[in-house]
Design a protein. Structure first.
Length: 279
């Protein structure tokens, strides 16, 4: 993605004159802008979930369980224990509402919940069961640099001092992102912040070495990568007063195609996610 960005801007601007981290920040901003547009068209497109095991506590600190957690982005909560054999009896509700667990059609029981600051609270203090918390999981920021240690077939050690961007030392921070090395793109399934080691899938065809350069790229489908790069290029062109009319038209055309695809996707979406009440 960074190479594509530079290809689109070096005809008018020497990249050596950019401030440190400038290009990576523009890609980060473009990815975030695209996610905003995606979420306007479909609030559930970036949905992910965490299964919270209840232990009798009243409060659970959500950032402990959910990386990059934003308490305003809870989409719904379902009880996946009481209704494991009859999921159709669970009513999933949205932010600032409550989850209602229906044991039968005549005698509903209510397990209220609320979010205060970064805590989720269950006033009835249930000491068992699992609550599935659906939330918006946004992609995180990019970086690139030299691999810090020879990799095994299923992991990679991120640089301690990347060439550009930042490596975050928080467990699980990069889960769901993709890493690019020497023509190989792999999805990150685990991350240990203290060692900067990411577990990937599928296994490397050729494991990276300390001579390799790795780049974090967006987990969004590849057809959106061009959108991210083009938006970043346009932002840079605006900054240097370069003509951005042609790339603006391309962005607008891609956005229209994206919305058309998403409109079809919405109509064909799985009932489990799309329909709030399932009785």
């Amino acid at each position: 993605m960074l190479a594509d960005l530079r290809f689109g801007t070096t005809d008018t601007q020497d990249t050596s004159s950019y401030p440190s981290g400038y290009e990576i920040r523009k890609l980060d901003e473009a990815q975030d802008e695209l996610c905003d547009e995606l979420l306007l068209a479909d609030p559930l497109i970036l949905a992910d979930y965490y299964d919270l095991t209840l232990d009798g506590s009243q409060r659970y600190y959500l950032p402990t369980y959910i990386p990059q957690f934003n308490f305003e982005s809870i989409l719904m909560i379902t009880d996946v224990t009481d209704n494991a054999n009859a999921p159709g009896k669970t009513i999933a509700t949205a932010w600032h509402d409550r989850v209602s667990i229906v044991d039968d059609t005549l005698s509903p029981e209510y397990e209220s919940w609320s979010v205060i600051d970064n805590y989720i609270e269950f006033p009835k203090l249930p000491n068992s069961g699992t609550m599935r918390i659906w939330y918006t999981h946004r992609p995180v920021g990019f970086f690139y640099g030299t691999v810090a240690a020879n990799a095994s077939s299923t992991n990679i050690t991120f640089p301690s001092s990347p060439t550009d961007g930042d490596v975050i030392l928080e467990d699980d921070y990069y889960i769901g992102m993709k890493v690019y090395v020497s023509g190989q793109v792999r999805r990150i399934t685990d991350y240990v912040g203290s060692t900067r080691v990411a577990t990937i899938t599928p296994a490397w065809t050729s494991a990276p070495t300390t001579a390799s350069t790795c780049e974090l790229i967006s987990p969004l489908p590849e057809r959106y990568h061009k959108q991210i790069v083009n938006r970043a290029i346009r932002s840079i062109k605006n900054h240097i007063d370069d003509d951005d009319s042609s790339i603006l038209r391309e962005i607008q055309q891609d956005s229209e195609r994206m919305k058309a695809r998403m409109n079809k996707r919405e109509k064909q979406g799985p009932e489990f996610i799309r329909q709030v009440e399932r009785i």
